[in-house]
Design a protein around this ligand. Structure first.
Ligand code: ADP
Ligand code: ADP
Length: 229
């Protein structure tokens, strides 16, 4: 099955077409890099898939939700299954690391013990365990970015959308982060990650690739041996 199925999708900002008639699907459990130069339409595509831009040309199904004409309350439901990590991560600076990461689990009504167990597991993976009680504003930029990633993945989303998530990090930390993404991918989360960093792309040999340029898909590569549920 496919977690994302886009058919002839276009998107315009006024007279400017940021996406032009693109079709693709993301198999369940796949890992896909979204590449292409600045202005190619990567962020626009991620925002469409997250329901923060409306679909009015073409159609797209995400995690079972048909996004064209989707109602607001269904967007809220969709976002229980679709997590986002953007570069302008929005964490609550006055709150602790634990409080930030707990938030989406509390929204889902998980019991306190389960919340603590999941938080600890994710923070260990991201090398943040020692910071669990720190206020986020006391952390470095890279640490804050990892808190945002922890909050996005702690819910075991069906789909993770990431926009240059390693953008501000040095390469060692970026590659460690990729290991965390790969771990979640191995547990079944479908991942679409926008980046133009070659080292990052090469760090996931089984990943597929979609390349955008000026709103068009100019290349689509399915990795050899890519395994999908
Ligand atoms: P990328 O993420 O690949 O850098 P974007 O999706 O951000 O590309 O942008 C695609 C195109 O859409 C660019 O030409 C950009 O200038 C334009 N664009 C993006 N956001 C807006 C906006 N809010 N208003 C007008 N044009 C926009
Ligand atoms: P809504 O208010 O409908 O949820 P928004 O676009 O305001 O939609 O926000 C949805 C998510 O998309 C937020 O996490 C926000 O940080 C992110 N986002 C919105 N616009 C951009 C952008 N231009 N670049 C990166 N991330 C963005």
């Amino acid at each position: 099955g496919a977690t994302v199925n886009a058919r002839r999708l276009s998107y315009n900002f006024g007279t400017h077409w940021a996406l032009k008639d693109i079709s693709f699907h993301l198999p369940k459990g796949s890992f896909t890099f979204l590449t292409g130069p600045s202005g190619a339409g990567k962020t626009t595509l991620l925002r469409l898939l997250h329901g923060s831009l409306p679909v009015d040309r073409g159609s797209v199904n995400v995690a079972g939700y048909e996004l064209k004409g989707i109602r607001r309350r269904h967007v809220a439901q969709l976002r229980r299954h679709v997590s986002v990590v953007f570069q302008d991560f929005k964490i609550l600076p006055q709150r602790s690391v634990a409080e930030n990461v707990a938030l989406p689990l509390e929204v889902r009504g998980l019991p306190k013990r389960a919340i603590n167990r999941r938080i600890n597991a994710v923070l260990r993976g991201l090398d943040l365990a020692s910071k669990v009680h720190c206020r986020c504003e006391e952390l470095s930029g890279g640490e804050q970015q990892r808190v945002a990633i922890a909050r996005a993945i702690v819910v075991n989303p069906k789909l993770l959308l990431a926009d240059e998530p390693t953008g501000n990090l040095d390469i060692d930390l970026a590659l460690r982060l990729m290991n965390v993404f790969r771990q979640f991918n191995a547990y079944g989360t479908t991942i679409l990650l926008a980046t133009h960093n070659r080292d990052i792309i090469q760090s996931v040999p089984h990943a597929n690739r979609i390349t955008l340029d000026d709103g068009h898909i100019v290349d689509q590569t399915v990795a050899e041996g890519a395994e999908h549920a």
